[in-house]
Design a protein around this ligand. Structure first.
Ligand code: ZN
Length: 408
């Protein structure tokens, strides 16, 4: 039998380190013996791998196990603050940043108001670079940055292929950010907002099949099947906002007519619930402020607002039922502005889905409002950055000899 080459051995070791990190993340503190049982690796291998993870500051001693059947053992656990991931977000009306650590604690969150379609990519990149720099000031352990964009993204090249809402075509976002910051290019990832939002939602629930809708001026979809994100052959899957629901309908930002987002996007809601001079339609309004105004009108039983919400709910229900017939998910998560108005949207959508889906009981699909709301994409970006460590812990450099205490 041929001897394995050093490259193979290094790859194998990386895989085993990743396996231990994921096992600890799933189960919490374990002894080396328990880690060996759960991972299927030998005790000697586990000991050596744990020493490596300690040297990278990723794990630490966590006391002694209570015993139970086996001998009491020294427990090892992940250091929640060992590394953190940065998520950046480009939105029609703002750019945002969010930082979380391995334990899920949010360490930084900021939003900068910017009219992105009118500012253009260069000015937007300046704002993003400032946000990234502020987010990472004082962080020694940031592991990467993932930028969320509404539109078609070439994740390999780090470019935005086309975003109708931002009016961007072929924008080299990763290059532009690397040029403006100290970030190495290989630590910058660009991805679609709905994909990142879907993965953030997936992390909060115990399901493997999920459809996530962004719920913004544009409508994007993130589809997870069997625990994996569906990207499609070109990476452009999930553009459900541009399903042609009414070929003679109003013009869409993409230049076509009657796309679903012309019926259910935030623009459609604002158009239906208020005249152009109404303050609720002021383009300078912050999203949260806008949501509060719509909520308070709905709570005061304002007829026009309630009718507008009903109209949106019906159009949403029709599209969601197409998705449920096609994908049979466990759950459809309504994100963005939909999640800010669940009392008026969720129930009518559920009724539509039950009525239009062939499988009894909507095939078991639940329809729920997102708990992450407008922060799903940045949260997903930060998690995607952290996933680099879960896939390959050696991206974290060795910082100490094994006896030293890790820096705080
Ligand atoms: Zn369209």
């Amino acid at each position: 039998m041929a001897q394995s080459r050093p490259a193979d051995q290094a790859g194998l070791r990386r895989g085993n380190l990743a396996l231990l990190v994921r096992t600890l993340r799933e189960h919490g503190a374990l002894s080396r013996a328990q880690l060996a049982v759960r991972s299927g690796l030998s005790k000697a291998t586990v000991s050596s791998l744990v020493t490596d993870l300690e040297a990278r500051g990723l794990v630490h001693d966590a006391g002694v196990s209570a015993g139970g059947q086996g001998r009491p053992g020294q427990l090892v656990d992940l250091r929640p603050d060992a590394v953190c991931g940065v998520g950046l977000d480009v939105h029609v009306g703002h750019a945002g940043a969010l930082v979380t650590d391995l334990g899920g604690e949010v360490l930084f969150r900021r939003k900068a108001v910017i009219d992105v379609p009118n500012a253009g990519p260069e000015r937007t990149l300046d704002v993003l670079a400032d946000l990234a720099t502020d987010a990472m000031t004082g962080l020694k352990n940031a592991i990467g940055v993932t930028v969320s964009v509404p539109g078609l993204v070439d994740t390999r090249a780090g470019t935005v292929t086309f975003s109708p809402r931002l009016r961007w075509r072929d924008v080299a976002l990763a290059d532009g950010l690397a040029a403006r910051t100290d970030l190495p290019l290989d630590q910058i990832v660009v991805d679609n907002d709905a994909n990142l939002g879907a993965m953030a939602e997936l992390a909060t629930m115990d399901v493997a099949d999920l459809v996530y809708l962004t719920g913004d001026f544009g409508i994007g979809g993130g589809v997870v099947a069997g625990g994996r994100l569906i990207r499609g052959v070109g990476g452009f899957a999930g553009e459900i906002g541009h399903m042609a629901m009414d070929p003679l309908g109003p013009y869409c930002s993409c230049g076509r007519r009657g796309c679903w987002e012309t019926q259910v996007g935030l623009g459609a809601l604002l158009h239906a619930c208020a005249d152009p001079e109404d303050p609720i339609r002021d383009p300078a309004l912050d999203l949260d402020q806008r949501m509060r105004m719509i909520r308070s009108r709905a709570e005061a039983h304002d007829r026009r607002t309630l009718d507008a919400l009903h109209q949106i709910a019906i159009a949403l229900g029709v599209g969601v039922s197409y998705l449920v017939n096609l994908l049979n998910p466990s759950v459809v998560v309504l994100g963005g502005y939909f999640a800010a108005l669940p009392e008026w949207l969720v129930e009518p959508i559920r009724n539509q889905v039950v009525a239009y889906v062939l499988a009894p009981g909507a095939g078991g699909a639940r329809v729920v409002g997102s708990r992450l709301g407008f922060t799903a994409a940045t949260t997903g970006g930060a998690l995607a950055s952290l996933r680099r460590v879960l896939e390959d812990p050696t991206v974290v450099p060795v910082v100490q000899t094994q006896e030293e205490e890790a820096p705080a």
